[in-house]
Design a protein around this ligand. Structure first.
Ligand code: PA5
Length: 377
């Protein structure tokens, strides 16, 4: 169960209205994912994961943003055991990175999970082209196509059309769920299952959180808004577990893309302690006082606990608000709860700022400019 150590003034009427609006929103499908999972799809995900594990040493996961960060966050944090290793591609346009990924796969047996809701994003499309070529060269077209798993829109898009025509195994990004809220759908579940994450337990945690996180998430959303109106414009997520670096990245995307519009929102940043106490720790202690710190407090060993306590005291003395989010366990259940907690809190927080938590017009803007520069605009 998620706990918080702060109690802002909550306008209950407003909170209920916001919760109601989120639940009724066309893009609010993620709220119902943990308990309303399509069990047919869930079984297919597990079967596909087993097949991939049986026939591949590597699964190349191709995707960017919400089609990438959630599953990487959990896989890196839990470091589960699986004979099949995950390789990530299509999350940048760096030729160097792509070549490294192709080289790493080398002559090993591999499969591809290409993930893109729109099916048109340049980064994954480019990487997919390269890995598909390699797959066909290695196995021939028929077997190659049986090793491609496409997670995309149910009805439309270039990837959907290609997958349908070529007969790739398909999984769906539900119409009612946007990229950054999709980790508990096939987007995240298939790569996690292949990597050895216990996806039943993850959903169990998220499912329990459906009720238990409403209160802490509401407090957290109101606390963020309260701090922002007092001039704190930056939130620094602090974790004391190095393996949660990608969870921080997921958080930054979730909040940054959901809230940062109409000149509103809080800038999300992150640190890993105690490592960053020896770099950014100086700024946290004595730098410009426009930020607050949100500690994600996982159960940890005794010495690390002492550092958490020391940081709380020192940084509060340094004049920054320190919020504490307590997580019950460092495992699938704990992360399932945490995912649901942050998704709910983020959607509520964006609503408090008066912006739409579920669109990303700013991301589209760069895509349009890039298209023009590449001569397709
Ligand atoms: O959260 C989002 O909506 C974005 O980060 C998208 O996931 C990202 O831009 C990738 O889009 P797509 O899945 O359509 O390739």
């Amino acid at each position: 169960m998620i706990t918080v150590n702060f109690s802002p003034k909550v306008d209950l009427e407003k909170a209920n209205k916001i919760l109601h609006e989120i639940a009724r929103n066309r893009m609010g499908g993620w709220l119902r994912l943990p308990r309303g999972m399509d069990m047919g799809e869930f079984v297919r995900i597990k079967e596909a994961a087993k097949k991939i594990q049986d026939e591949s040493e590597y699964l190349v996961c191709i995707g960017i943003g919400g089609s990438y960060l959630g599953h990487r966050a959990i896989i890196e944090a839990l470091r589960p055991k699986s004979e099949t290793k995950i390789i990530y591609a299509g999350n940048s346009l760096s030729r160097r990175e792509l070549d490294r990924a192709l080289e790493k796969v080398g002559d090993h047996d591999f499969s591809i999970n290409v993930i893109s809701k729109s099916g048109t994003t340049l980064e994954p499309a480019m990487a997919f082209g390269e890995f598909k070529k390699k797959l066909i060269e290695k196995y021939g077209e028929t077997e190659a196509f049986s090793r491609i798993y496409a997670t995309t829109d149910r009805h439309q898009g270039a990837l959907h059309d290609e997958a349908e025509a070529a007969g790739y195994t398909r999984f769906v990004v539900p119409d009612t769920i946007g990229g950054r809220y999709s980790v508990l759908s096939a987007v995240g579940l298939l790569p996690m299952a292949v990597a050895g994450v216990n996806i039943d337990k993850l959903l169990e945690g998220a499912s329990a959180a459906v009720e238990t996180t409403v209160e802490p998430a509401t407090k957290y959303a109101f606390m963020r808004y309260d701090l922002a109106t007092k001039g704190y414009d930056t939130e620094v997520f602090a974790s004391f577990e190095p393996a949660t670096m990608y969870f921080n990245e997921w958080l930054k995307q979730l909040f940054g893309e959901s809230e940062g519009k109409n000149q509103q929102g809080v800038f999300p940043a992150s640190v890993i302690y105690s490592t960053d106490l020896h770099s950014l720790g100086q700024f946290m202690q004595e730098g410009r006082r426009n930020l607050w710190e949100t500690i994600i407090d996982f159960p940890t060993d005794e010495i690390n606990e002492k550092v958490v306590a020391a940081v709380r005291i020192a940084h509060a003395q340094g004049g920054i608000p320190v919020l504490d989010i307590g997580v019950s366990s460092y495992d699938e259940v704990g992360f399932g709860e945490l995912i649901y907690f942050f998704e709910l809190a983020c959607a509520m927080s964006a609503k408090l700022f008066g912006v739409n938590p579920f669109d990303q017009p700013g991301v589209e803007a760069y895509k349009a400019e890039l298209k023009k520069l590449m001569g397709n605009g």
